[in-house]
Design a protein around this ligand. Structure first.
Ligand code: SAM
Length: 320
């Protein structure tokens, strides 16, 4: 466990006593589900009205969300570090939807800027920094509005956040904002959880759309990251890496179907894949330690248009 994970555990204990009894039974998937179901302004207003809910969210993030690297959020950053190397994040980093400072924490970055919609998450991030001695800068902001930064960043990281955006116009705002705060040559990193992308074409449409906003996709680094150490608890996520090549954006050419307007967390057996249902109930005891990258080109050949659920990924991975 690195210092950041133990600092998260310590910060969680500090927050625990201040959570009103009423919200203590709220679960992590339940709170995330509420956030995903609402537009950003409404989600923020819900947390403003329900005082104390944000504390439970922050507490759950530091415990279940991170879970010493076994939780999905931390595992995703670990997976990216494993397959793409720490060099993928270079220079001045902006972490979009940083939650409790997950990217900087898992990658061991000394100084980063992060923003999130929910102030309680950022308070938890600051509490964790006070324990580790890190000096990150956090701001409350909505990624679907103009971003409050005048400076330029070398890396813009958006980990497991984009699928929250239901309106295409919000995704366009995100791409435009990302372009505006970066210098040419800068890197945009987007990760998406399993379930966020239904087919390879959907991933292709999203990558193609990004190319209309002054970015060029790094096709060798874009595709799917899959765990290789435990087929019993297979982990996978999607990753898009793009280089900024121009200030010019011209989204008139974007495919009209790109985005996450149909996204909702998979619930039925068919949506998740048969095997996932069996394994999801078992709590993982060990951290995933090894991952493999399947490029978007390989995905096109191996997965074709099959729904990207456990069974497809497992088969695709075995052929890899
Ligand atoms: C699933 S979490 C991922 C957090 C973190 N990036 C990680 O890798 O673990 C999604 C994050 O996006 C934030 N978020 C959702 N909508 C947002 C918005 N419109 N603007 C800023 N942050 C947002 C949530 O508060 C949450 O922290």
């Amino acid at each position: 466990m690195n210092d950041w994970y133990s600092a998260c555990a310590e910060a969680a204990q500090q927050i625990r006593d201040s959570i009103p009894d009423y919200y203590r039974s709220r679960s992590f998937p339940g709170i995330l589900g509420d956030i995903k179901a609402l537009p950003p302004k409404k989600a923020l207003s819900l947390f403003t009205r329900k005082k104390g809910l944000g504390k439970q969210y922050a507490y759950l993030y530091l415990t279940s969300g991170i879970d010493n690297g076994m939780g999905y959020q931390a595992c995703a950053a670990e997976a990216l570090k494993y397959t793409h190397g720490t060099g993928i994040i270079h220079g001045n980093l902006l972490d979009v939807g940083c939650a409790v400072g997950v990217t900087a924490g898992v990658f061991g970055i000394e100084k980063a800027t992060g923003f999130d919609l929910f102030p309680d998450l950022l308070k938890a991030a600051k509490l964790t920094d006070a324990i580790t001695g890190a000096h990150h800068h956090y701001t409350v902001a909505d990624m679907t509005q103009p971003w409050p930064f005048q400076c330029r960043f070398d890396t813009v990281f958006c980990g497991l956040v984009c699928h929250h955006l239901k309106n295409q116009s919000d995704i366009r705002t995100f791409f435009n904002n990302a372009n505006r705060v970066m210098d040419s040559g800068g890197t945009l990193v987007i990760t998406l959880p399993s379930g966020a992308i239904a087919t390879v074409s959907q991933l292709t449409q999203l990558s193609d759309a990004l190319e209309c906003f002054g970015f060029r996709i790094e096709s060798r680094l874009t595709g799917m990251v899959v765990s290789t150490d435990s087929p019993v608890s297979l982990f996978w996520m999607f990753v898009i890496i793009a280089r900024k090549i121009s200030d010019k954006t011209g989204y008139d050419f974007v495919h009209p179907g790109f985005g996450f307007q149909d996204f909702r967390t998979p619930v039925t057996r068919e949506e998740k894949g048969a095997k996932a249902r069996v394994t999801a109930t078992k709590k993982r005891q060990v951290k995933h330690a090894q991952f493999s990258m399947i490029t978007i080109q390989d995905m096109k050949e191996k997965c074709s248009e099959a729904p990207l659920v456990y069974d497809t990924i497992h088969r695709c991975f075995q052929q890899h």
